[in-house]
Write a protein that binds this ligand. Structure first.
Ligand code: CLF
Ligand code: SF4
Length: 486
């Protein structure tokens, strides 16, 4: 490792604005290297944690909650419910004016050199009251022109704003498209508000779909990268999402992100209250695998809050509440972020070399592969997190062609401030269903032995190594994971 790569690893491990104690909380298949795409496209996605799976190990996004209202109703949405510990779209702790949002972005940018993207993703629709969204972007672009701008919309108002989006250099737009058949849409959307009146039933669904497709086509024609988010709702649109994938691919969507329905009666949504369940991780993966070869799939979405701050999978929003802003540094100096990006470029090149070497090592291992393994990581593509601090596990598939990120499993972290929490450990074991090997930087003797009883080997041998290097070394060693875990 050269000095810059070491410096980057230390930055990701310790954090320049380090959190206290164990607290942490939370758009594969995305082509992910300069060899996979045109240079102008690579320049747009290189540092965007949602549009590049590789970037999500290094870069942070922040959302500012400047868009409270929405012009449609989805059966999975209730923006009134808010829990500070919950990572879920539509959830926010405080709503901001554009001026407040711009101040907050400045404070975060000064403290978090990993910040590369500012997004408006609610809590309502970013384009319903578009003036607030565009004013926020205008203010931020003036002071922090190095940040990429990103917005997320249901698409109903989108065709009216394509010109403004391109004029503001918003290179990334997400449209949530759940159906391409209005009949199916009637089971998701009870109403829309369009051209000064409320529409219901088939007509509402038809108008929404037409507007989404028009918006998608026009953005693609204008050179904007469009990601399509779809909520997978078993028994409603799960099979249908194959048709959605084909339709959005045909219209030039850059990525398709299929997100599992989050459904809980406590959230007060129609689906939550009517008992509609979300998909299991296995059902989600089965659908994603069935779509391989269609529009490129995003598998690393964390379904984040509309006020999320930090790397995907962590949420530092509570560090930057409005009442704390006056006490935080406010500087527009881009130097720390530019220096960080230069370090990341070197680290990613280094990691790509390591991944190629790993693939060579894996090629002859037909008898032991494919395998699926979970890792504890704080970013940088390394095994650099203590098992007890992990609130999520990244899951990788290892086969003879190499190592691929295929998703993540969320679980409350085990370490509760110096002592283990047994009930959390049982939840973690449940979350790791189907996985028998975990790589972590460190784990205590007690949890390791409980996991071993559950048939899960936790290996610390590869602490701080690249994930690809470690997994290829593990399987090339010829040793069973249980042998290395002891
Ligand atoms: Fe935000 Fe969305 Fe932009 Fe990312 S999130 S507006 S594209 S900067 Fe990302 Fe969060 Fe998933 Fe969205 S992980 S919910 S895909
Ligand atoms: Fe909620 Fe978004 Fe649907 Fe509006 S478009 S109802 S904010 S989920």
């Amino acid at each position: 490792m050269n000095q810059r790569v070491i410096a980057l690893d230390s930055l990701l491990n310790t954090g320049v604005t380090k959190r206290k104690g164990c607290a942490a909380s939370g758009c594969g298949g995305a082509a992910d290297g300069p060899d996979d795409m045109a240079p102008e496209v690579w320049a747009k996605v290189r540092d965007h944690p949602c549009y590049s799976e590789g970037a999500h190990h290094y870069f942070a996004r922040m959302h500012v909650a400047v868009a409270p209202a929405c012009n449609i109703q989805c059966h999975y949405c209730n923006r009134k419910y808010d829990c500070a510990n919950e990572s879920r779209p539509g959830v926010v702790s405080e709503r901001l004016t554009p001026e407040q949002a711009a101040r907050k972005v400045l404070a975060v940018a000064a403290a978090v050199p990993q910040l590369s993207v500012l997004g408006v993703a609610g809590p309502g629709d970013a384009l319903h009251d578009f003036t607030r969204t565009f004013e926020t972007f205008t203010l931020v672009a003036r002071t922090l022109p190095d940040l990429k701008l990103c917005l997320s919309t249901n698409g109903l108002a989108l065709p009216d704003h394509v010109a403004a989006i391109t004029a503001l250099n918003i290179d990334h737009v997400t449209i949530t498209i759940n159906v391409v058949d209005p009949e199916v849409g009637t089971r998701i959307y009870p109403w829309i508000f369009f051209r000064n009146r409320r529409w219901t039933g088939l007509e509402a669904s038809r108008i929404l779909l037409e507007r989404q497709m028009e918006g998608l086509e026009r953005l693609v024609a204008a050179g904007v990268l469009v990601k399509v988010n779809s909520v997978m709702i078993p028994g409603v649109n799960d099979e249908h999402l194959k048709a959605v994938n084909a339709a959005v691919k045909q219209r030039g969507a850059f990525l398709h992100n299929i997100m599992p329905l989050i459904s809980d009666p406590a959230h007060g949504t129609h689906f939550g209250l009517s008992g509609q369940r979300g998909p299991t991780p296995a059902e989600l993966k089965e659908l994603q695998d069935a779509l391989a070869g269609g529009a490129s799939l995003m598998r690393h979405c964390r379904q984040c809050r509309a006020d999320a701050v930090g790397l995907l999978g962590e949420d530092r929003g509570q560090e930057f509440r409005l009442d704390q802003l006056s006490a935080t540094t406010q500087t527009a100096d881009p130097a720390p972020r530019l220096e960080y990006r230069a370090m990341v470029a070197e680290a990613r090149a280094d990691r790509r070399r390591a991944a190629k070497a790993a693939a060579v090592r894996l090629a002859p291992l037909a008898d032991v592969l494919p395998r699926r393994v979970a890792v504890c990581t704080k970013g940088g593509g390394r095994i650099n997190q203590h098992f007890g601090h992990a609130r999520e596990f990244q899951v990788y598939e290892v086969d003879r062609t190499g190592v691929r990120f295929i998703g993540h499993r969320r679980a409350d972290n085990y370490c509760g401030g110096g002592f283990g929490q047994d009930e959390n450990l049982e939840a973690i074991i449940a979350a790791l269903a189907g996985i028998d090997t975990v790589l972590a930087a460190k784990i205590g003797a007690c949890p390791r032995s409980r996991l071993a009883e559950a048939g899960i080997a936790v290996i610390q041998t590869y602490a701080h190594e690249y994930i690809e290097t470690s997994l290829s070394a593990l399987f090339a060693s010829g040793l069973a994971p249980q042998a290395l875990a002891s």
